[in-house]
Write a protein that binds this ligand. Structure first.
Ligand SMILES: *[C@@H]1O[C@H](CO)[C@@H](O)[C@H](O)[C@H]1NC(C)=O
Ligand SMILES: *[C@@H]1O[C@H](CO)[C@@H](O)[C@H](O)[C@H]1NC(C)=O
Ligand SMILES: *[C@@H]1O[C@H](CO)[C@@H](O)[C@H](O)[C@H]1NC(C)=O
Length: 187
């Protein structure tokens, strides 16, 4: 009986040694990660300028599907974007960053975009930091549209949260739009 107990203890010890020696797939950091301070919630408020008209558009269509032109929702259209983000709604107000990425018309029945964007900030403490936005944007919805924030760099490392978008101005002649954004990020 005693020898069985010793054997059990010995094999448990062997097992423990084997586990600690193997390379861990994941590890919970006990201390804060270097360069990462304890979490805080940051609220960002800015206006997104979608310029498709004129000779200097900041949003260009790069692809259409064979049925895009006959689709009421332009299903299959893909655009690449480098839109200005400003602190106020006017195009001339202070530029705080850019929205760089692309969107695709991904709904056959409603005007809804798949948005994949990096919000690249250029002002103040967030200069050089980015936030990754990815989600569904039903652009014609009168209500606030919500999209996930799925990550970030620099000041926004470990970032997660949500963005709320609301059309501020839509020019039906030119197709240009100004969209108000409220972004909340835990980081
Ligand atoms: C769809 O419309 C665009 C823009 O008006 C045009 O350039 C393109 O040739 C059209 N594509 C098809 C397949 O009709
Ligand atoms: C969505 O649109 C497609 C293509 O027009 C149609 O076949 C489908 O039935 C529609 N679905 C719904 C839920 O309305
Ligand atoms: C809408 O766009 C048209 C064409 O670019 C322009 O002439 C007009 O001034 C714009 N309207 C507003 C309210 O900005």
């Amino acid at each position: 009986m005693a020898s069985l107990l010793v054997l059990l203890m010995f094999s448990a010890l062997l097992l423990a040694t084997a586990v600690t020696k193997s390379e861990a797939f994941s590890k919970t950091m006990k201390a804060t990660y270097p360069g990462h301070k304890p979490e805080k919630l940051t609220h960002l408020h800015f206006y997104f300028h979608e310029i498709i008209s004129g000779d200097k558009p900041t949003s260009v269509v790069v692809a259409r599907g064979p049925t895009t032109n006959s689709s009421a929702t332009l299903f299959g259209l893909v655009a690449v974007v480098d839109d200005a983000l400003t602190s106020g709604p006017e195009r001339t107000s202070e530029e705080v960053g850019r929205a760089q990425g692309m969107y695709a018309s991904a709904d056959q029945n409603q005007s809804a975009l798949l948005m994949a964007f990096n919000l690249v900030f250029a002002k103040g403490e967030f200069s050089g930091s980015t936030v990754a936005l990815y989600g569904r944007n039903p652009i014609t919805s009168k209500k606030v549209r919500e999209m996930p924030i799925i990550g970030g760099t620099g000041a926004f490392r470990f970032g997660r949260g949500y963005a709320q978008a609301k059309t501020f101005v839509f020019n039906t002649t030119s197709g240009d739009a100004v969209v108000e954004y409220n972004v909340y990020v835990w980081h």
